[in-house]
Ligand binder design. Sequence first.
Ligand code: ZN
Length: 135
Amino acid sequence: MIKKIDHIAVAVRDVEKAAEFYEKVFGLKLGGVEEVEGMGVKVGFIPIGDTRIELVQPLDPESGLAKFIERKGEGIHHICYEVDDIQKALETYKTRGAKLIDESPRKGAHHSLVGFIHPKSTGGVLTELTQPTES
Ligand code: ZN
């Protein structure tokens, strides 16, 4: 059901500033930046082979992401797996004991559908599932 790691997300205070570091030190280039409507975040994707680093910056100071950075500072925020059928994956993982943050998929970046699983049920790793809706 899980096809690959779609991305690993890093919480940052400033996408462009963080991207400068990735380019200067690792020679990795920022692919694109977008604001995700309804989620209060700005994301920048850095493609690496078949996967990506997702830099996520909170736009809303009251968001969970802003509070995460306040508490823990910048750093790894979540891991995202690509699945072929997100609705089915969420339901299946729920029956297997995963605590869902999203009972049904919502819109993510790049016109994808996404759903989050609570880190309390995944050994401390905030886990995102994504299903691309266009290629
Ligand atoms: Zn993500």
